[in-house]
Every structure is written in C-alpha cells, then in structure tokens.
Design a protein around this ligand. Sequence first.
Ligand SMILES: Cc1cc2nc3c(=O)[nH]c(=O)nc-3n(C[C@H](O)[C@H](O)[C@H](O)COP(=O)(O)O)c2cc1C
Length: 337
Amino acid sequence: MFKNVAFKLDAEIAHELTIKSMHLLGPWVNNTPTDPRFKLQAMGLNFKSPIGLAAGLDKNAAAINFLTYLPFSFIEVGTVTPLPQEGNPKPRLFRYIEEESLRNCMGFNNDGADAIVKNIQNSDRREKILGANLGKNKLTPNEQAQNDYATLYEKFAPHSDYLVINVSSPNTPGLRDLLGDIGLREIFQAVTEKRKNFYRPLLVKVSPDMNQDELTSVVNLVKEYELSGIIATNTTIMPDRGAGGISGKLLYENARNTRKFLLEQLKETPAIELIGVGGFSSYEDCLDFWKMGGRLIQLYSAFVFQGPKILHDIEKKLADDMTKKNIASFDEFRSSL
Ligand SMILES: Cc1cc2nc3c(=O)[nH]c(=O)nc-3n(C[C@H](O)[C@H](O)[C@H](O)COP(=O)(O)O)c2cc1C
C-alpha cells in the first residue's frame, strides 16, 4: 500500500517521506531475530547475516532505529561530507519502474559530519554493524581532498564499525579523477596516518565504469596501504538516459563484471573483503555472487522497488537451501556452491 502511494509521488519527496516515517516508527518496532546459521566474520567484525543496506539511503543517519529493525545485518550511512551541503538542484532522483532502476544526481546532499555524528550517538544500533561512507565537500579542491577524508575518518571512527572512502560517485564534479593512482594514494596516506591512532576497518568504493588497469591499480594500493576491503560498485553513467548515476537492474551486468574481475584479483588475499553492491534484485543474484567467491552484499534499489519483502525472500530461500543441504554455517554453505 505504501509503495502504491509513494510511487505516485516525486521520487525524492517519496524518499524523504520514507526516511521521516522510518525515523518516527523507529522507537516502536521490535528487532526480528536472524537465523543464527547466517552469521559470518569479516574484517574482524561479526555480521549476523551477509545482507546489508548500501550508502545513500540514510545519508544523515536519521533512520538507524528503524533500519536496524529490518533484517539488514549492516547499515552504511552517508555519504557524509565534513561540512553540510545541499547537493545538486532538484529534480535529481528519477525512477525507471519497469526496469527496477533509478537515476540520481543528488551530489552528496547531507547535514554535515557533526550533525550526523550526533544522530549516530542518539541511535539504537541493536547490535547491528554500522558503516560510515565518507566523501569530500564539493568546494574542496581535489588537491586538498585528502584533508576532508582524514578529518572525516577521525570524526567517524569512534562512532562506527567500518569506514568507506567514496571517490566513485559520478555526481561531484572531478571526484572520480581521485580514483587514479595519485589521488587515491594521497587519500590513503592521509587516512592511514589517522588510522594508526584509532584502528577501524577501512574500505574504498569503486565505480563500475573503471577499466581493468584502473581496477588493478586500486587493488595494488589497497594491498599496499593494508585496507580491509573494496565495495563494488557505485552507480554507472548512461549519458543517453541523462545526467547522474544509474542503479538497480540496469547496472547489474556492469557491476557484476567489475566484481568478478576484482574477486579474481583478490583470490590470494582472502583477508581483503569484497563487498558486492549494484543491481542485486533476487536471491539468485546473491547466489551467483557467493558462487564467484563473494560474501557480503548490499542492497539499495531493490529495497526501494520491492521493500522489505526482498530481505525476507533472501532469508527464507537461504534458510531453505541450508536446511536441504544440512549445513549449519554460511561459510560452509558458500563453499558448497
Ligand atoms: C538515490 C541514491 C543515492 C545514493 N547515494 C550514495 C551515496 O551518498 N554514497 C554512496 O557511496 N553511494 C550512493 N548511492 C549508490 C548506492 O550505494 C549503490 O552503490 C548503488 O545504488 C548500486 O546499488 P543498487 O543497484 O542496489 O541500487 C546512491 C544510490 C542512489 C539510488
């Protein structure tokens, strides 16, 4: 019913209404227990299941109380920038309902680091894992981007379980240039300095529009700076559809190829986690990723189009498959595929 109403509204208004409702409902909902067989360890953290929420839905950490009630084992808030910023002019969020896809050119609209840290502090995380996705302010020149990321790491590390360096959004001019070796090295260097004082798992989120050489250079830097993992992928650009980044089913093939390539590259370094995101819309998509060697998965667009039903579907089918195979742990299940 909610979806029928929401899909008649402008996409961003529907999004804001959803976040506000979640914020209001938060204190009144009970946590659903997760099947204990789903748990897994990654990056030194204990996840209750392999399914989490991708960055961008709860940019301001305003709905943690509600989101942690859903069967997500981890929630990634942000992207947060050091200073508040409005993002790009509206309209900046569009739906392709038939294709279960979205196009957004939000541009890191958020309330800024200090307000978001307060929101996290005032939230009940219900023992779920909380990630913070970090981005630079639009007005910060690329040559100084490393300072934004280092400041954000320092502010968010004490309040989150893992952190993500996001330089792969197509909606901040020039941001993706930082995915090149020089920009990324400076950012990793600056954040690593802060990480020596306060250790948290640290990942980098990549773009599905990168070629294999560019991806290999990110992998090499991740190894060199001992990051904990890579998140693949952010949205893709499809200029014939208009400005911004495409997510959902239209992104799937592109993101899957990127993940496949990265998993091959990371085969010999199992301590480096690859979190899959981009176009997952069914249990079968998850199975495919687990077969390729991945484990943790984030959802965004499928959650918008299918609601919490997708989470319950994945959990039910996973539970049924584990029972059929008489398997009691997620890692054992994955090895059996
Ligand atoms: C409206 C919208 C806003 C987003 N904002 C962010 C963001 O702030 N930071 C980020 O790292 N990714 C952001 N993303 C990208 C998602 O985290 C995810 O990588 C992408 O949507 C692909 O997953 P999906 O196909 O399951 O949606 C956003 C996506 C959408 C649709």
